[in-house]
Design a protein around this ligand. Structure first.
Ligand code: ADP
Ligand code: CA
Ligand code: CA
Ligand code: CA
Length: 352
C-alpha cells in the first residue's frame, strides 16, 4: 500500500488519543514519512505481555506474572503468590480487570474475564488486536499517573499525580490529583522506572500516560500508553499544573518540531484535579444528583457527563463506561483533596 507518493505531504501530522489506534497511527506515520513510534514499539505499549517481558529484561521492577493465550491456560498462573490481578493483554479503562484472592477462584475468574473479552474486545472473532490475558501479582500500594513527553529520545516528566489506592475486585477509577505529595524515595523510584520504561519500550517521541503502583517505596509500572491519556484529561492535568501546552506539543512532536520550552525545567504552579463520578450501583439511572451544584463551583473548569437518566449501568464485570468527570483547578493539593471528599458526599447516582 502506498499513501505518500513523494510529492506534497497529504498530512502534516498524525496523532491519536485512542489506545487501540496506537499501532495503526505508527504504521500510517511511517507510510506518510512522518515522525512517529516504530511499529514494534506501538505493539509493545499495547500488549501487556510484551510490555512486562521488556521491562523485566531491562531490569525494571516487575511483579511476577504469567501471560495466557487461552482460558484453559489458567493453570500456568496457579503458582503465583495470591492475591493476583487478571486482565486483558490489550484492554483499556480497567475493562475486565479483576483481583483474585486465592488459587481456588482463579479458573472461574480467568474464564469470566475471557468472556468479557469475547463480548467487548472481539476475542474468538477476527477483530481482536491481541487475544490473551495477563495474570500478575497484586501491588498493594498507592497508585500514580505520570504524564510525560519525549522528543528525539529525551524524556521529560511533566506531572506525577495521585490516583488513590483501589483495592478491587473491580478497579473503578475515582480521583486524579497532581502534583502528588511524594517522599524523595518514592519520587526517585517513579522517575527511574518511567525513564527506564521509555527506553525499554522504545518510546522516543510523543506523549505517554503511565500508571504505576507502589510496593513499599518501590514503583512498579502497570502500563504505559503512548498517547495523550485519559481521553484528553492528561492535557487538563498538565496544563493546570505547569501551564504547558501538552496537546499542542504532541502535535509539534508529530510534525517533527521541538516542543515549546523543551530545555526549560518543569515548574509546578497549581494543582489539577479530575473526579470520576462513581457508578455506585447498577440498573437504570433515574437521577444524577450533585453535578449542577458542582458546575457552579468557581474551581470547576468543566463537567463531562457521559451517562444520563434513562441509561443503564450493568453490574461488574460488565462494561458500561464512566458516568462522567469533574475537572477542576486548585491552589493546593489539600484543597483538591477536600473538594473530592465533598463530591463523594454530594454526587450520587440514583437507580430505578
Ligand atoms: P487498563 O489498561 O484496562 O486500564 P490496567 O493494567 O491499567 O488496565 O489496570 C486497571 C487498574 O487495575 C489499575 O489502574 C490498577 O488500579 C488495577 N491494577 C492492575 N494491575 C494491578 C496490579 N498488578 N496490582 C494492583 N492493582 C492493579
Ligand atoms: Ca490501558
Ligand atoms: Ca490503566
Ligand atoms: Ca486509566
Amino acid at each position: 500500500m502506498q499513501l505518500f507518493d513523494g510529492g506534497e505531504r497529504p498530512l502534516a501530522a498524525i496523532v491519536t488519543a485512542l489506545d487501540v489506534a496506537v499501532p495503526f497511527t505508527a504504521r500510517a506515520a511511517r507510510m506518510l514519512g512522518l515522525p512517529g513510534l516504530s511499529e514494534e514499539t506501538s505493539f509493545a505499549v499495547r500488549d501487556k505481555r510484551e510490555m512486562r517481558r521488556r521491562l523485566e529484561q531491562a531490569g525494571l521492577n516487575t511483579p511476577a506474572y504469567v501471560g495466557l493465550s487461552g482460558p484453559e491456560d489458567w493453570k500456568f498462573a496457579a503458582d503465583l503468590v495470591f492475591p493476583v490481578v487478571v486482565k486483558p493483554a490489550g484492554g483499556f479503562t480497567s475493562l475486565g480487570v479483576t483481583r483474585v484472592d486465592s488459587a481456588e477462584d482463579l479458573e472461574t475468574t480467568v474464564r469470566s474475564v475471557w468472556e468479557v473479552c469475547e463480548r467487548y474486545l472481539g476475542y474468538g472473532g477476527s477483530s481482536a488486536q491481541f487475544e490473551g490475558l495477563v495474570v500478575e501479582e497484586y501491588l498493594d500500594g498507592d497508585e500514580y499517573c505520570i504524564e510525560s513527553l519525549s522528543y528525539q529520545g529525551q524524556v521529560k516528566i511533566h506531572t506525577i499525580g495521585y490516583k488513590g489506592r483501589p483495592e478491587g475486585p473491580y478497579f473503578e477509577e475515582k480521583v486524579y490529583r497532581a502534583p502528588a505529595p511524594l517522599s524523595p524515595e518514592v519520587e526517585w523510584s517513579i522517575i527511574e522506572q518511567i525513564t527506564g520504561a521509555h527506553a525499554a519500550l522504545g518510546v522516543t517521541d510523543g506523549p505517554t500516560h503511565s500508571e504505576l503502583r507502589l510496593r513499599g517505596d518501590e514503583a512498579y509500572l502497570l502500563e504505559m500508553g503512548a498517547r495523550v491519556g485519559a481521553s484528553g484529561a492528561s492535557h487538563h492535568i498538565v496544563e493546570s499544573v505547569t501551564g504547558a501546552d501538552f496537546t499542542g506539543d504532541t502535535f509539534r512532536i508529530a510534525m517533527g518540531q521541538e516542543p515549546l520550552g523543551w530545555n526549560d525545567p518543569v515548574w509546578h504552579r497549581g494543582t489539577g484535579a479530575m473526579y470520576f463520578v462513581p457508578v455506585g450501583g447498577s440498573g437504570r439511572i433515574t437521577k444524577i444528583a450533585g453535578l449542577s451544584e458542582a458546575a457552579a463551583d468557581p474551581r470547576v473548569d468543566r463537567i463531562v457527563q457521559l451517562l444520563h437518566p434513562g441509561d443503564r449501568i450493568l453490574p461488574y464485570p460488565e462494561y458500561s463506561g464512566y458516568p462522567g468527570f469533574v475537572f477542576s483547578r486548585h491552589d493546593s493539593y489539600e484543597d483538591a483533596e477536600q473538594f473530592h471528599d465533598a463530591l463523594d458526599e454530594s454526587v450520587v447516582i440514583h437507580y430505578e
